[in-house]
Design a protein around this ligand. Structure first.
Ligand SMILES: Cc1ncc(C[n+]2csc(CCOP(=O)(O)OP(=O)(O)O)c2C)c(N)n1
Length: 555
């Protein structure tokens, strides 16, 4: 026997969540969603969390789902509450993260008649959602099941909109036992349908005839099989593997700082770098330089491997292998052979040259964002999870070798600055290991409600590089030469100190290199409270130093 909301639609939604083994629901307060709140709170199988600000709640849920790769449910009331989920929904859509959005609504006859807290909720996320289940019509049960299966199998956001008439708070005791998962859900490689071998052979023939092949890996969840496969690929001297830090793979023969390699190249060298074949995999690419390069010096063949979708990022996509990269490589390796070539070796030698230049410069450079980064990345304890905000933070990180035991994540689906802290906190909440989050000041203050959250583990660490504004706008061409730099950079004198007091973080401050060394020596030690380190860097010098760094890379 169990207490349920009296409302049958609420019962159906809650039972479906249990049957599909949803572990977590993040609830934001309201009255229209009372049947769902009461019902989920009565569930033994589902953990309920309470976060007031819906934008933060959604990014927090995204952080959990990013780690568990299982859908996390979100529940909110009607009206603008729901719209605050949109930034995280768009991020989930482009980053392939499963989210189950459950919104309470008024019944159809109360929409657009002047009722309070009422907007047009059905299909409101239409452009960035994998499925809309608008309940209250026919086939509610079928629609709900479809939403769950799509979120799980296709790894993305789905929206279930649930109209509730009053009364909202009534409950009933009913006999209830959880049913087993209603339908088989596909979650692993063995569920995939392999590629047709004859078809694949045609591509393997092109591959085997080429001496210049590039494999570009964007953001990817850490995966041992993929790591092994990519390590196998670089045994072939005609293959160059380019990775980003968020790809979570490593090897001494991978090119990991793409911009560092490309920036100094002249036209002759860029032509030399141009591959015949490009295989891309993983999520969206951070490196602007490689995007520019491959759009200008297009490979003859661009193939993308992904079970779900392929973007034509370089305007020359020839083929989409609609399977996971792991399945693709496991089939492809049967058909391919190493080819004699100097392609890989030539660029690995260049990589070494750049590294020497890099080290020389960093050793001697003044206190700045760049210098801070060089110290931060080596200070992070092994096996931590590293969460990065957008803007120059993710870009600086790409200039350095990151300890290969770290797992690195960043919201690159939409590259927003609006939910990085909330995402990092959700991710930290869902894993046991230490989580370190490095962020810019504007991104941090934008999402400061992320700290309004009772689930922040004590081993969570925030590091703010406070350069007094959006430092990226001093670096990229355009804003500085315009008459409106302040509107891009948005300079300020804010500090995180008072937020730390309000939200129970230990606060540390750094203004120079010596203080940085001192603070980093014990910043990661165990503590009762989570900690925040705010590093002030010289706003007007950072971009000069970064420009000098890139110029110095030139031979
Ligand atoms: C939601 C959202 N609004 C605006 C932007 C545009 N934008 C990109 S970077 C940036 C400034 C970020 O500043 P900060 O976090 O301090 O990082 P820094 O550039 O100093 O490294 C802005 C406003 C964005 N990416 N996302």
């Amino acid at each position: 026997m169990r207490q349920f909301p009296k409302n049958k639609l609420a019962q159906l939604v809650i039972k479906s969540c249990e049957n599909f083994n949803i572990n977590t629901v993040v609830i934001s307060p309201g009255s229209r969603n009372a049947p769902l709140i009461i019902g989920f709170n009565g569930s033994k199988d589902i953990e309920t969390l309470s976060i007031v600000d819906e934008r933060c709640a959604a990014f927090f849920a995204l952080g959990i789902a990013q780690q568990t790769r299982k859908p996390v449910a979100l529940v909110c009331t009607s009206g603008s509450a729901l719209l605050n989920y949109y930034p995280a929904i768009a991020e989930a859509f482009y980053s392939n993260i499963p989210l189950l959005i459950i919104s309470a609504d008024r019944p159809a006859h109360l929409i657009d008649i002047g009722d309070g807290q009422t907007i047009r909720q059905e299909n409101v996320f239409e452009n960035h959602i994998l499925y809309n289940a608008n309940l209250g019509y026919e086939n509610d049960e079928i629609n709900i099941k479809k939403a769950f299966k799509i979120a799980i199998n296709k790894k993305g956001p789905v929206h279930i909109n649930v109209p509730f008439d009053e009364p909202l708070y009534e409950t009933e005791i009913i006999k209830y036992t959880k049913e087993e998962v209603v339908e088989e859900v596909k979650t692993s490689l063995i569920d995939e349908i392999p590629l047709d071998v004859d078809e694949l052979q045609k591509y393997a023939d092109i591959w085997n005839a080429s001496t210049k092949k590039m494999v570009l890996v964007g953001s990817h969840f850490p995966d041992k099989l993929l790591q092994t496969q990519l390590a196998h690929l670089v045994k072939d001297p005609s293959v160059l593997v380019l990775i980003e830090n968020t790809a979570n793979v490593s090897h001494s023969k991978f090119i990991n700082s793409i911009d560092k390699l490309i920036f100094p190249l002249g036209d002759d060298e860029l032509e030399k770098f141009q591959p015949d074949i490009l295989i891309s995999l993983g999520g969206l690419i951070v490196s602007k330089k490689i995007k520019q390069h491959l759009r200008k010096y297009k490979p003859k063949h661009h193939w993308h491997t992904d079970a779900k979708r392929a973007f034509d990022t370089f305007h020359c996509l020839e083929h989409h292998f609609k399977v996971s990269s792991q399945l693709f490589f496991s089939q492809f390796f049967f058909l391919t052979k190493p080819v004699d070539s100097s392609y890989q070796d030539y660029w690995l030698q260049k990589k070494d040259v750049r590294l020497k230049k890099h080290q020389e410069f960093i050793e001697n450079c003044a206190f700045s964002d760049l210098k801070v980064f060089s110290k931060l990345l080596i200070s992070i304890p092994s096996k931590s999870q590293l969460q990065l905000s957008n803007s120059s933070i993710i870009r600086y990180s790409q200039l350095f070798d990151v300890n290969k035991t770290l797992r690195v994540f960043c919201n690159r689906g939409t590259s927003g600055i609006d939910g990085s802290t909330s995402t990092a906190i959700g991710a930290a909440f869902s894993v046991k290991e230490n989580t370190v989050f490095i962020t810019g000041d504007i991104s941090f203050f934008y999402d400061s409600n992320a700290l309004w959250n009772n689930y922040i583990p004590s081993n969570f660490r925030i590091i703010i590089i406070n350069n007094g504004g959006g430092g990226i706008f001093r670096f990229i061409p355009g804003p500085k030469e315009s008459n409106a730099l302040d509107y891009f950079e948005t300079p300020h004198n804010l500090t995180a100190e008072h937020l730390c007091k309000m939200h129970n973080f230990e606060y540390f401050i750094v203004n120079n290199e010596a203080e940085l060394d001192e603070q980093l020596s014990n910043f990661y030690e165990e503590s009762k409270l989570p900690k925040l380190l705010e590093i002030f860097t010289p706003r007007e010098e950072n971009d000069q130093i970064l420009k000098a760094y890139f110029n110095n890379l030139k031979e």
